[in-house]
Design a protein around this ligand. Structure first.
Ligand code: DAH
Length: 382
């Protein structure tokens, strides 16, 4: 029912209302009308229209009642109209206000619904990289040595000749220095311009950390040292100017050659599998005495030297053994550089070439792939 049909434009006299009871009935109709219409108000714009229609200052229903019914009412009816009008106003205002609150919180609810994060939606998938194979092999070897009580230390890649050579019993002009073509750093002149600056070099092996570790710690010492090393080699399938090693050092008061070979054998079997055999051959390093070279029975042909399909094994070239790394009992001369009592302590050391080991184990025939960062290669070792 439109509000205009409610007689709001007319006076009570024009509506032929003369008694209070008629006034009450009129207001009852109005209130029912309000309640009925109010049911349809659900959102903010409907609410605004409705509010203006009932409470609008100029032509809202309550204003019309005031102007057309109350003001011109006879003194007898004025009181009744006033009372009813107040009741109706209270009702209308409270209802409208209550609905405003409801709509506002409802809108908020729907806004929340809209903004809610749908956790079931597939997210943005970022490709996650993996550890480089060299890194994986480092970790594999570290885990093996952790399991027998070694810990990891790391050291500087820029070294002094003292740590890289002298303290390892490699004096100047020792022929071994020829095998380690060394990168020396170009240094600015010393501040007094008279004395030459202390030369610095890129370490050619991880062995300097033997010295640095023993300088810092009294025996017992049991460490491995993973790291990068540098030599002035021309790059080819087996040479690179940067490569990786893990140094090992164990020194205590009662370490024997048996502890040494047992430790190496444990490591090699853990790394290549329990069926491989190890052997060692005499060798020479200035910082170990005796020095050995460790070999492993070829894990690919089972140490037979023969390929499965006939012919010779391509990995060991028919030799049945593969050379692994150098090692030995620490030369007593080295203890002299770190203030260890060579009469009281003994120990062993080893230096594993990681690139070579990784190439062997994973059948890689070119060391350069480790440095090229070609994802087609890297992806093969997730
Ligand atoms: N530092 C040697 C090299 O890079 C490898 C090596 C050999 C390390 C024997 C050792 C060792 O600790 O005992 O060629």
């Amino acid at each position: 029912m439109p509000t205009t049909d409610l007689g709001l434009e007319k006076t009570l006299a024009a509506l032929a209302i003369t008694e209070a009871a008629q006034v009450n009935a009129r207001f009852a109709v109005l209130r029912a009308h309000f309640d009925g219409q109010f049911q349809t108000v659900h959102d903010e714009s409907e609410w605004k229209l409705f509010r203006d229609r009932w409470l609008g200052r100029k032509s809202g229903v309550l204003t019309l009642i005031t102007d057309n019914w109350l003001k011109p009412a006879t003194p007898e009816l004025k009181r009744a109209v006033g009372q009813e009008l107040n009741k109706l106003r209270a009702h209308v205002e409270s209802q409208i206000e209550a609905r405003r609150v409801a709509i506002e919180s409802g809108t908020e609810e729907s806004a929340l619904l809209r903004e809610r994060i749908d956790l079931s939606l597939a997210g943005v998938i970022r490709p996650i990289g993996s550890h480089h194979l060299i890194c994986q092999v480092f970790q594999e070897i570290e885990d093996i040595f952790f399991s027998i009580g070694f810990s990891v230390v790391e050291g500087p890649e820029i070294e002094t000749p003292y740590y890289n050579f002298e303290a390892l019993n490699i004096p100047e002009f020792h022929p071994v220095r020829d095998d380690m073509d060394t990168f020396y750093l170009e240094l600015p002149p010393s501040s007094d311009k008279k004395t030459a600056p202390t030369p610095l070099l890129l370490r050619t092996h991880t062995s300097p950390m033997q010295i640095r570790t023993m300088e810092k710690h009294k025996p017992p010492v049991r460490v491995i040292v993973p790291g990068k090393v540098y030599r002035r080699d021309n790059p080819d399938a087996t040479h690179s100017f940067a490569f990786h090693q893990i140094e090992g050092l164990a020194v205590d008061t009662d370490i024997t050659f048996c502890d040494f070979t047992g430790t190496i054998e444990y490591f090699v079997k853990q790394f290549f599998g329990p069926s491989v055999k190890t052997r060692f051959r005499p060798s020479y390093f200035p910082f170990t005495e005796p020095s050995v070279e460790f070999d492993v029975s070829c894990p690919f042909c089972g140490g037979t030297g023969a390929a499965a399909g006939g012919g010779t094994c391509s990995k060991c070239k028919g030799a049945a053994w593969i050379e692994l790394f150098g090692a030995g009992m620490v030369d007593p001369a080295v203890y002299g550089f770190v203030n260890y009592d060579a009469k009281k302590v003994s120990g062993f050391a080893f230096g594993i070439g990681i690139d070579r080991l990784a190439m062997l184990k994973y059948g890689i025939d070119d060391i350069q792939v480790f440095f090229q960062n070609d994802v087609r290669f890297l992806r093969q070792f997730p």
